[in-house]
Design a protein around this ligand. Structure first.
Ligand SMILES: [Fe+2]
Ligand SMILES: [Fe+2]
Length: 346
C-alpha cells in the first residue's frame, strides 16, 4: 500500500520507535518494508503462553495496539490509512486483544466486586465516590514541581489532545435517551462547535503554557506501557460494538472523577505562578464535569441499562477498568517520584 493520497500527515501520530520484535515488525509492515504475515507471526510469539510478562506492562504489545488503533483515529504519519482494514493486521490485533481483554477484566474485577448490586446508577456512584486520601491530585495541588506537572501532562497528552473522540464512537451505536445523553456531553467536549472552546484545544494551551509541544502524540515515545495500556483499553472499548457497555461505563468513570481533581490541578498550577490560560482546561472541567457526571450516569448508563439489561456487567467493567488504570498510572508515577526518578521513558 503506497498510494500517496491515502496517506495521513500533519495531525497524525508521529512514527514511534519500536519497543521490541512485534512493534518492530509492525512498523516495517506499515512502512511497506515487510509483508503483514511477518507481524502476524511476531504477534503470536509476543502472546505465546508462559512468557511471564503481563500484557498491561509489556511495552512491545502495548505499542502495537496503540498503532493498530491509531490507524482508525488520527492515523500515523506517512502510513497508508488502508492498513486499518487489512485482514492480516486485524487478525494479529485480535491475537493481542484476547490476552489484553483477560487482563483488563482481572484488573477491574476487585473494583466491580466492591459494588455488587443490580442498580447500575447506584453502583456507579458508589464505585466513583471521592476517596479520602489526597492522592496524586492532592500532591499536584500542594507539592509538585513544574517538571512534575509537565510529566503528568505528557502522560495525559495522547488522550487529551483528542479528547472526546473515542467516546464519540458510541454515538452511532446507541439509540434514544442514552444517545441523546452522549451527544449532549460530547457537544461540550467539542466546545459546542467552537474551536477555541474544544477541550482538546484547551489542553493544548496548557501544554504550551508549560513549555511543552502540543503536537498530537508528540510524546508517544516518552510514555510507559501502563499509560499506553490505559489509552488502548479505551480504544478497545471504542473499536468494538460488542464493548459498547464498557465504553459507556468508561465515560462515566472519566466524568465522575474529573471535577474535584481538576480543581486541585488548577490550584497547583496557580501555586506555581501560572495564570488563567494554563489553568483554563482544568477550570473548565470543574464546572462542566459536575454537570456531565449526572448526564452520563443517569441518562447514558442508566438509560442503556434500562434498554439493554444484559449490558450492566459491561458498564461496570468499563468504569472499573478506567478507575483501575488511573490507579496503576498514579502508583507508577508516585513510585518513580518517591525514588527521585522520572515517570517517563528516557
Ligand atoms: Fe472535557
Ligand atoms: Fe466532560
Amino acid at each position: 500500500m503506497t498510494s500517496v493520497h491515502h496517506r495521513t500527515s500533519s495531525t497524525a501520530m508521529p512514527v514511534p520507535s519500536p519497543r521490541g520484535p512485534a512493534s518492530a515488525a509492525l512498523l516495517s509492515v506499515l512502512r511497506g518494508d515487510a509483508a503483514p504475515r511477518i507481524f502476524v507471526a511476531a504477534a503470536r510469539m509476543a502472546t505465546a503462553p508462559g512468557r511471564g510478562l503481563g500484557v498491561l506492562v509489556d511495552d512491545d504489545i502495548q505499542l502495537c495496539l496503540t498503532l493498530l488503533y491509531e490507524l482508525h483515529l488520527q492515523g500515523i504519519d506517512g502510513v497508508d490509512d488502508r492498513w486499518g482494514w487489512d485482514a492480516e493486521l486485524l487478525t494479529a490485533r485480535a491475537a493481542l486483544e484476547a490476552p489484553f481483554d483477560s487482563e483488563i477484566r482481572a484488573l477491574a474485577a476487585p473494583v466491580v466486586d466492591r459494588v455488587a448490586g443490580p442498580d447500575v446508577v447506584a453502583a456507579l456512584w458508589d464505585m466513583t465516590a471521592p476517596s479520602t486520601s489526597p492522592g496524586l491530585s492532592g500532591f499536584m495541588a500542594t507539592e509538585a514541581t513544574v517538571e512534575q506537572f509537565r510529566e503528568l501532562l505528557i502522560h495525559r497528552s495522547l488522550n487529551q489532545l483528542r479528547e472526546g473522540d473515542v467516546h464519540t464512537l458510541g454515538i452511532p451505536r446507541l439509540a434514544g435517551r442514552p444517545k441523546a445523553a452522549l451527544v449532549e456531553v460530547q457537544a461540550d467536549e467539542y466546545g459546542g462547535g467552537r474551536l477555541e472552546r474544544m477541550h482538546s484545544q484547551l489542553f493544548a494551551i496548557t501544554m504550551r503554557e508549560l513549555g511543552l509541544s502540543d503536537a498530537y502524540a508528540h510524546y508517544v515515545d516518552a510514555v510507559p506501557a501502563v499509560t499506553l495500556a490505559s489509552l488502548n483499553a479505551l480504544s478497545y472499548f471504542g473499536s468494538h460494538r460488542s464493548m459498547l457497555g464498557a465504553l459507556a461505563g468508561h465515560l462515566c468513570a472519566v466524568e465522575t472523577t474529573s471535577a474535584l481533581p481538576s480543581k486541585k490541578y488548577a490550584a497547583g498550577l496557580r501555586r506555581l505562578g501560572f495564570g488563567d490560560a494554563a489553568a483554563l482546561f482544568f477550570d473548565e472541567h470543574i464546572e462542566a464535569d459536575s454537570v456531565h457526571e449526572q448526564i452520563v450516569v443517569r441518562d447514558l448508563a442508566g438509560g442503556l441499562a434500562a434498554a439493554r439489561p444484559e449490558l450492566v456487567d459491561d458498564i461496570l467493567l468499563g468504569a472499573a477498568a478506567c478507575l483501575a488504570f488511573d490507579d496503576l498510572i498514579g502508583d507508577h508515577i508516585a513510585e518513580c517520584w518517591a525514588r527521585g526518578s522520572s515517570s517517563l521513558r528516557s
